[in-house]
Unconditional design. Sequence first.
Length: 210
Amino acid sequence: MRIILFGGPGAGKGTQASAMCARLGIPSVSTGNIIREAISTGSSLGVEFKKYTDKGELVPDSLVIDMLKERIARPDCANGYILDGFPRSIPQAEALDEMGVEIDAVVSLEVSDEAIERRMTGRRVCPKCGESFHLVYNPPKVEMTCDKCGAALVQRSDDKAETVRERLKVYHSQTEPAKAYYEAKGKLKKIDGSGNVEAITALIFEALGL
């Protein structure tokens, strides 16, 4: 299956994509992860991406589309994949059509802006091993210290309140129309993303008829 996973920043797309991958045996293609990896390695592309992500803006379509084409052409995507973070706009959705990609279903995790802001501003990550924590929902055993490797936790720049609000504004103005694009094709499945992880996963598989 080829599935698109929609949801505002912090809606739980990464968590649900992992559960779906495990069950369906297909990879998750997260443009956000690919972009963050490029930024962390300091590659020339990463430096370009950082100019946009630091301001809460979307990376330009041309850069993202080229990156995605290369990723889905790899052998592990031959039997399908889950797109997390793409398409984020109607031009990106149209670019998928132009690539000849036939999407089977579009899952949208519906979470209020207020809940998203609470989730994201509380997130902390380990810069050394990548482990994630949340000050309220998944706090480290020792304050601001990674349970796994003992390094000091940090807040990512895109998890700061002002950046989160900007990302939500961008999501509503650019990505909501892309949802409507797939709704018109009869492929959109809206899922209440405010419950616990297992309940949301069950709702997704039910909507997909699995």
